[in-house]
Write a protein that binds this ligand. Structure first.
Ligand SMILES: Nc1nc2c(ncn2[C@@H]2O[C@H](COP(=O)(O)OP(=O)(O)OP(=O)(O)O)[C@@H](O)[C@H]2O)c(=O)[nH]1
Ligand SMILES: O=C(O)[C@H](O)COP(=O)(O)O
Length: 300
């Protein structure tokens, strides 16, 4: 596509037109910036889309070694060993709530970048023994590009909670004492923040701990003993449901409202805040920063 062919927002690469042209377009600063960038960079987003797709295609071709779990190297286990589980759905299906702002290729790129950052932070946390991605994405370890990360291959789609429950049960058979479930859309996550969250886990403790999302209704992190003492209920407004589940089971659950753990990226306004943080140098996630940096007018 050439510059001359971009006539309006819907022609701009990487950006979808607002659902209600005019109204939401004017009201939404992040969309304005994104559209401005798209007009400036013209075909670049298409190029990025191809880059992400090329990576995905390469991963697909190489495939996961099998539908079985990737081999894990044996290591010392203690009853308190905390294993991180990061659920990941197909990147082409991710971040649908950003569909009014970003096209499919851009959403894939952002989802992959944030996943890399979350996984990286977990691998650096002293309190986490092992990091396992829970997914059916072929070749995922290669896509994430980090060593010492494992993948629990979920096989056919069964849904987030079922996938995580099975991964948690398997982790227990491998020696995990606790699981730390971390969603993949937390680009502000740092090893220090994770260690602060996990630090006081006691061997054999039946307590649960959750990190609330910024709205206070979602569950960004869950630390739970194994076997899981309550059913997983991730999804919309999961936090009150976790609290209810713990109350029903007579379990103690601690809710942390830590700004460093609260900021998931779901909606367009989250993306706007993310860009503002990035510009002020307040973004921990390097891959997400690179994704933002790759737009010409976001450079300092
Ligand atoms: N393994 C697995 N992971 C999932 C599944 N559904 C969602 N996830 C992951 O769970 C986390 C929370 O996902 P959601 O909030 O449902 O989806 P999202 O892509 O972040 O955003 P939306 O598409 O806008 O809802 C993300 O890390 C997803 O990749 C699933 O069925 N299986
Ligand atoms: O339980 C949760 O909080 C989630 O599974 C993630 O939901 P969200 O993406 O709507 O915050």
């Amino acid at each position: 596509m050439t510059q001359g062919s971009i006539r309006n927002v819907s022609d701009a690469p990487g950006i979808k037109p607002p659902a209600q042209p005019g109204k939401s377009f004017r009201a939404d600063p992040v969309r304005v910036r994104l559209i401005g960038r798209a007009l400036l960079r013209q075909g670049r987003s298409n190029m990025e889309t191809r880059t992400v797709e090329a990576q995905l295609e390469t991963a697909r071709r190489s495939g996961s070694p099998s539908r079985e779990f990737l081999p894990l190297s044996p290591g010392p286990r203690t009853p308190a060993a905390v294993w991180a589980l990061v659920p990941l759905k197909d990147f082409s299906l991710a971040k649908t709530r950003l569909a009014d702002t970003l096209d499919a290729g851009a959403r894939q790129g952002l989802a992959l970048a944030m996943a890399r950052d979350v996984v990286r932070a977990l691998t650096r946390a002293c309190t986490v023994s092992r990091v396992v991605m829970v997914s059916d994405i072929p070749g995922l370890p290669g896509l994430i590009g980090l060593e010492s990360v494992d993948c629990f291959d979920t096989g056919e789609a069964r849904g987030l909670n079922e996938d995580l429950s099975r991964a948690a049960a398997w982790a227990q058979t491998q020696g995990a004492g606790h699981v730390l479930i971390a969603h993949a859309d937390l680009p502000h996550l740092t090893a220090a923040g994770i260690d602060r969250f996990v630090a006081t886990t006691m061997p054999g403790s039946q307590r649960l701990r959750v990190a609330a999302s910024k709205e206070g209704s979602g569950t960004n992190l869950l630390l739970a003993p194994l076997p899981l003492p309550l059913p997983l209920v991730f999804g919309s407004h999961s936090l009150p449901r976790f609290l209810q589940g713990a109350a029903t089971a007579g379990l103690r659950i601690e809710v942390r409202h830590d700004p460093a753990l609260a900021r998931d990226i779901d909606e367009t306004q989250d993306l706007s805040a993310l860009m503002a943080d990035y510009r002020r140098g307040y973004l921990a996630g390097r891959a997400t920063a690179a994704w933002l940096q790759s737009t010409p007018d976001s450079s300092p």
